[in-house]
Ligand binder design. Structure first.
Ligand code: IPE
Ligand code: IPE
Ligand code: MG
Length: 238
């Protein structure tokens, strides 16, 4: 692995649970359950290869348009995941944070999230972010509302607002921008995910459906990233 260039931050759009289940003539909920089971191995592998930040898209602001049944299933899976996570975060020395507007989630879920964030905050291993009721546009609007408020209250001057200050108003405050964005299932769009933060990320779109995304798939993504020449508006070195 030494010759590999390890991304500091990998962001993932976990897509394809429904199609994975359909291929097996199973309900979509089965696909979501199997998909959720991927997370622990994914976190362990990411930490093992030296990734410092991993951010996954679990539920978008647009996902509320799905059927009530499917939303209930997703929330049930989330509840179970959160209940398990305090122990898992400790075992794996992981700090867990949630991105998104959690005020629209049920109260017990909001409380679990707050507890998990607090308890896992001192952990020094992988930083694991879960985007829940997350949408980039919503995040940016909430940020702008807070900036305006702080300006009105004299906490910051309009002229002070620059890219660094604005970033500190986003849910990803203190988290470096993703180096690599992976979306599974062959779809090639951002679906309102980390629009500001992915300004210079490398994109990778494997065909594999999310419940099949195993540790080798993650390693393959990093291998492909290694082969890329990243540029920030400059020119190739060689
Ligand atoms: C991703 O899988 C999981 C969530 C969006 C919660 P999908 O449910 O979008 O699966 P497909 O895209 O229908 O296959
Ligand atoms: C994006 O996937 C959201 C998550 C993976 C949580 P979707 O499957 O909901 O996105 P669209 O609707 O196909 O763009
Ligand atoms: Mg999808």
């Amino acid at each position: 692995m030494e010759e590999w260039k390890i991304p500091t931050h990998i962001a993932i759009i976990m897509d394809g649970n429904g199609r994975w289940a359909k291929k097996r003539k199973m309900p979509r909920s089965f696909g979501h359950q199997q998909g959720a089971k991927r997370l622990e191995e994914l976190c362990r592998t990411a930490a093992e290869i030296g990734v410092k930040y991993l951010t996954v898209y679990a539920f978008s602001t647009e996902n509320w348009t799905r059927s009530e049944d499917e939303i209930t299933t997703l929330m049930k899976i989330l509840r179970n995941y959160l209940a398990d996570s305090i122990k898992k975060a400790k075992e794996n020395n992981m700090r867990i944070r949630v991105l998104g507007d959690i005020t629209r989630l049920d109260l017990d879920i909001q409380e679990s999230i707050q507890r998990l964030e607090k308890v896992s905050a001192p952990n020094t291993g992988l930083n694991f972010q879960i985007a829940l009721n997350y949408g980039s546009r919503n995040e940016m609007i909430r940020a702008v509302q807070q900036v305006v408020k702080d300006c009105q209250e004299g906490k910051i001057a309009v002229e002070e607002l620059d890219e660094t200050v604005f970033s500190s108003y986003l849910d990803t405050k203190g988290i470096p921008d993703p180096d690599l964005l992976i979306r599974t299932s062959g779809e090639q769009r951002l679906s309102n995910y980390l629009l500001w933060q992915c300004a210079y990320s490398e994109f990778y779109f494997p065909e594999v459906l999310w419940p099949d995304f195993d540790k080798n798939a993650l390693k393959e993504a990093v291998r492909q990233y290694t082969a890329r020449d990243r540029r920030f508006g400059g020119v190739y070195e060689s």
